[in-house]
Structure formats: C-alpha cells, structure tokens
Design a protein around this ligand. Structure first.
Ligand SMILES: [Zn+2]
Length: 155
C-alpha cells in the first residue's frame, strides 16, 4: 500500500470494511461478501498495520445491535420511499403494504452478508481510533494484550 491513499475518510473506510487504525488494510479475508463460508472470515490482524481485528474474546457479540439498527434504518428508508413512490393504505383491497413487506423482507435477506460485515466494521471503528502516524506508533498495548488467539479462527 502506498502513501497517497492513506487518507481515506472515516465513512469510506468503515463502509469499505478497512482497518480503522490505518484505513488501508482489509478487515476481511475475501473481498467478496457473497462468497459462501467466507462472509465473516476476518484477517487475524490488519495486513498493513498489524492491528488485531478481535480486540478481546467475544468482541463482535455486540454487532447484533448494529445489524438491528441497520435493518431498522433500511426498512424505514424503503417504507418512506414506497409510500412516496408507490403509495399504500389500510383500505380493503389495497395490497401495497404487503408488497412492501415482501420486497423489504427479500431485500433485507439479500443484504445480510453486507450488513453482517458492515456491522463488524462499524463496531471495530468505535473501539480502534484512526492513527495517521500508524507507521511510527506501536499498537497500543492494552488492545493487544487482551487478544485470545484460540478465538480468532472460530468465526
Ligand atoms: Zn491497519
């Protein structure tokens, strides 16, 4: 990785599932979210700066809340879009709300791999700060000491 791409924004870094510390290394082993069995396979540490991706045992349990928030946000967005573009009512014979429910359900299912990855990327970005000088700063000790290696490959 070269210096010129070192200043990825927080949003671009998080959405792209990059390491929050250097914003250059990839969090996940495969870049394809839809490769079955590889969805949540993470690099044990960032391949660029060495930041561990599992800071402590069970670090990613909390991502369920992030996934839930993403699901609510997307559902709200599609609901409003549906209401504006297609419309819906509770009148008898108007099935448009059921069409929205079906559409939204399928969309949420289809996006699960992306949401699962995004939830982890967002989660770790709240705990690991961006360090533009990661090349000269050592990884903070408290974050590496709590690593449990055996847990790393069970995801
Ligand atoms: Zn990194």
């Amino acid at each position: 990785m070269s210096d010129e791409q070192a200043s990825r924004s927080y949003l671009a870094s998080t959405m792209g599932c990059y390491c929050p510390r250097c914003r250059e290394g990839r969090l996940f082993k495969s870049q394809r979210a839809y490769k079955f069995g590889e969805i949540l396979k993470m690099n044990q540490a960032c391949p660029v700066c060495g930041q561990p991706t599992e800071i402590e045992p069970g670090f990613y349990y909390g991502t369920a809340y992030v996934s839930y928030a993403l699901t609510i946000a997307l559902s709200t967005a599609t609901f409003v879009a549906w209401l504006v573009l297609i419309g819906m009512s509770v009148k008898e014979g108007d099935h448009r709300i059921w069409y929205w429910l079906t559409f939204n359900g399928i969309l949420l299912l289809a996006l699960q791999p992306i949401f699962m990855r995004l939830a982890r990327s967002i989660w770790i970005s709240w705990f690991v700060k961006y360090d533009p000088h990661w090349k000269i700063h050592p990884i903070s000790r408290e974050s590496t000491e709590r690593i449990v290696k055996e847990h790393m490959n069970n995801w």
